[in-house]
Design a protein around this ligand. Structure first.
Ligand code: NAG
Length: 264
């Protein structure tokens, strides 16, 4: 046998074997993911900021709210974890991020990516995807059509499940977008994808940038059960960007489990 052919055989064979092994472990990962109910537990996001800056107090201890297609940091009432609007008479009221992890439906993403959804309003009840805009690096939300071109995952949690990760790290920053912010919202959430302080501030016109981490505050069992019931209703009322089939089964299952757990 000519040596070249022999080598050729090896070279072809190796990737095939590796490919199969990866396929199996990927499938295993996906099965684990689908069975991991903790991923479906809804949480809010609170902001931790350890930066040395006079502005730190405007950022540390705030809660993430969703408005105008973006994620913002907003002061909150510590006891109730409700956002404190900075201008009066907002309609609709400020809506805190309240979301969970679920696979992003896109056959062109291989392996599939773990997405993050949140309610964006209670009335009408709707869910949207969280994503980082690939140009501006703002954290935004939108339906599948709006998000698919952007960075939709992998979203994850830290080892202790307490912190939010995107692309395996806590690369989040808050940007002061000025007092003229929409509806009194001033600090916007960004993803510092290249760890360069948003291209040394060039992406945000030199506005102040503070490193933050986002802490998951898991909602109580009662809250979750209520949310599940609302989610089921919501599926009958309105689907957001064709997500209904993704949600009906897990929501019903989680609800059954929550109800069973309550009786014990
Ligand atoms: C998705 O969002 C875009 C705006 O980002 C909107 O134009 C479109 O109608 C929405 N699609 C659905 C199915 O809701």
């Amino acid at each position: 046998m000519p040596l070249g052919l022999f080598l050729g055989g090896c070279i072809v064979a190796i990737p095939v074997v590796t490919g199969v092994a990866e396929g199996v472990s990927e499938q295993k990962k996906q099965n684990e993911e689908a069975n991991n109910e903790e991923r479906m537990i809804k949480f809010n996001l609170e902001v931790f900021c350890g930066a040395r800056s006079p502005s730190k107090d405007q950022v540390h201890g705030t809660i993430v709210v969703l408005r105008h297609n973006k994620a913002w940091l907003c002061p909150q009432i510590p006891e109730t974890h409700t956002p404190i609007p900075q201008v009066e008479g907002l309609s609709p009221p400020l809506h805190p991020f309240a979301g969970f992890y679920i696979q992003y439906p896109d056959d062109n993403r291989s392996p599939p990516q773990r997405g993050l959804v949140s309610t964006i309003s209670d009335d009408p009840p709707m869910l949207n995807w969280l994503y980082a805009d690939k140009e501006t690096q703002e954290i935004k939300y939108g339906n599948r059509t709006a998000s698919i071109e952007h960075l939709v995952g992998d979203w994850d949690w830290t080892e202790d499940h307490a912190g939010l990760l995107l692309e395996k790290w806590e690369g989040f920053v808050a940007v002061d977008e000025g007092e003229e912010g929409k509806d009194g919202l001033k600090w916007a959430l960004y993803y510092d994808r290249y760890d360069d302080k948003l291209d040394k501030g060039n992406l945000v016109g030199g506005q102040e940038i503070l490193e933050v981490s986002l802490e998951r505050r898991v909602q109580s069992a009662e809250q979750q059960l209520k949310q599940m019931e609302e989610a089921e209703k919501k599926m009958q009322v309105k689907s957001s960007g064709g997500m209904s089939s993704q949600f009906t089964a897990p929501a019903a299952e989680a609800k059954r489990k929550a109800a069973a757990g309550k009786k014990n």
